[in-house]
Design a binder for this molecule. Structure first.
Ligand code: GLA
Length: 408
């Protein structure tokens, strides 16, 4: 369907019957077996707070959103996965039992899942290996925006590679198989937050996850009062795997140094602010900054829950701004563009709090905005941000939504 028409693609992504019909029009196998076509969808996420804490065994508070990736598919028995992008008409295909090397394209996220599901099936009787399918993918989730388009495609691929009726594994096991694909195939040493949100999302709720114990509970958000607004900086996010992996390695180095002084510490999760004060001077300055961010950010997640539960939105806002400052100054993953968006938000009446969301290095901010102020906030960003940066932002209100599911 080139040239790319994002509105047409979003319509397909949001209307399962239309996506199903488009697959049937495109693919002879689907046309021959129209009753076998399934449509599955996996959402993106925003993270309210708890950034770069997941791979430090800490706490996160993401929300699955109403933007995501949908796939219409017909399962096959030929062991071949073939997927077409509605955006461009491009098709990629591979043998699910022999996915080969990374290609450096979107197809890697599908192939990586086939690889990781195959590995899971070899090591556990509870898992069945990947099977073939022919599918059509449509997305209304901006890519490379820090809204977890990678997790969404991996989760939807996991369903497609398993026939499309149900998730291939117990949901928390699937969270870890997605991580295995990212770490072992894609080459990003990330944590479990994004796919956890895409799988476990609930309407109107944020998800508190303890990334060590894997205990989780959902938190009702005051959405009658407050809107979740994402602002895309319009600067291409270089989630340089290298910068991300470097942060993770720096955290591991900090743990090793702290453990030498405080035996029993196996992750930054184990480090209290008081313990950090004692050891800080003996750490390399970079390690000390990274550790301080993670230790304080974990506390901020729990404080945010308490503030939501006490209906103290002013406190939630202060925690958001503190998180952003820490990501900027201690973790060093912000950008001038993200800082400008947060400054503009802070100066706009009715904005409760703002911070970068996701890995950083570009991408989006998440803003908690009083419902009646959303219009004025949008206007403020659309006028002040280009003047400050020369870039065009995108502002979109998102809804807290359910996790991955079969739609049709
Ligand atoms: C990316 C990773 C997540 C998490 C965030 C930062 O989204 O995929 O695992 O580490 O960055 O909080």
């Amino acid at each position: 369907m080139p040239p790319h028409d994002p509105a047409a693609e979003a319509r397909l992504a949001r209307h399962p019957a239309a996506l199903r019909d488009a697959l049937i029009a495109l693919d002879p196998v689907a046309a021959a077996h129209p009753d076998d076509v399934r449509v599955v969808r996996a959402p993106g996420r925003v993270n309210l707070i708890g950034e770069h804490t997941d791979y430090n065994a800490g706490f996160v508070l993401p929300v699955a959103i109403d933007l995501g990736i949908s796939v219409a598919l017909v399962p096959t028995d030929d062991g071949r996965a073939a997927l077409t992008l509605a955006a461009t008409g491009e098709t990629g295909a591979f043998d699910v039992g022999r996915v080969g090397e990374r290609r450096g394209s979107w197809l890697d996220y599908v192939a990586g899942m086939a690889w990781a599901l195959g590995e899971a099936a070899r090591s556990s009787e509870a898992a069945t290996g990947p099977r073939g399918f022919r599918g059509l993918l449509a997305s209304d989730l901006p890519q490379g925006a820090g809204l977890s388009s990678s997790a969404a495609i991996e989760v939807v691929a996991a369903w497609a590679l398993s026939g499309g009726d149900r998730p291939p594994l117990d949901p928390m096991d699937l969270v870890h198989v997605v991580q295995r694909s990212e770490n072992g195939y894609i080459g990003l040493n990330n944590g479990i937050m994004d796919q956890f949100a895409s799988i476990f999302g609930e309407p109107d709720r944020a998800l508190l996850l303890d990334c060590r114990s894997l205990e989780h509970r959902s938190i009702l958000l005051p959405l009658d009062e407050v809107a979740l607004v994402a602002c895309h900086s319009g600067s291409p996010r270089t989630l340089e795997s290298s910068a991300y992996n470097e942060r993770r390695a720096q955290c591991e180095a900090a743990v090793a140094a702290i453990a030498a002084l405080a035996p029993g510490v196996t992750a930054l999760r184990d480090v209290s602010p008081a313990m950090l004060d004692v050891v800080r001077d003996r750490l390399d300055p970079v390690a000390a900054r990274r550790a301080a961010h993670v230790v304080e950010e974990n506390a901020r997640v729990l404080d945010t829950i308490a503030a939501f539960e006490a209906s103290d939105l002013a406190a939630v806002g202060r925690l958001f701004y503190a998180s952003h400052a820490s990501l900027r100054d201690l973790y060093e993953v912000s950008s001038p563009e993200l800082d400008a968006l947060v400054d503009i938000a802070r100066a706009t009446p009715g904005v409760i709090g703002a911070r970068l969301t996701g890995a950083g290095f570009g991408g989006c901010t998440i803003n908690l905005v009083r419902r009646e102020a959303v219009g004025a906030f949008r206007t403020a960003v659309l006028s002040a941000y280009p003047a400050r940066t020369g870039l065009t932002p995108r502002v979109f209100a998102v809804e807290a939504s359910a996790g991955a599911a079969r739609l049709a």
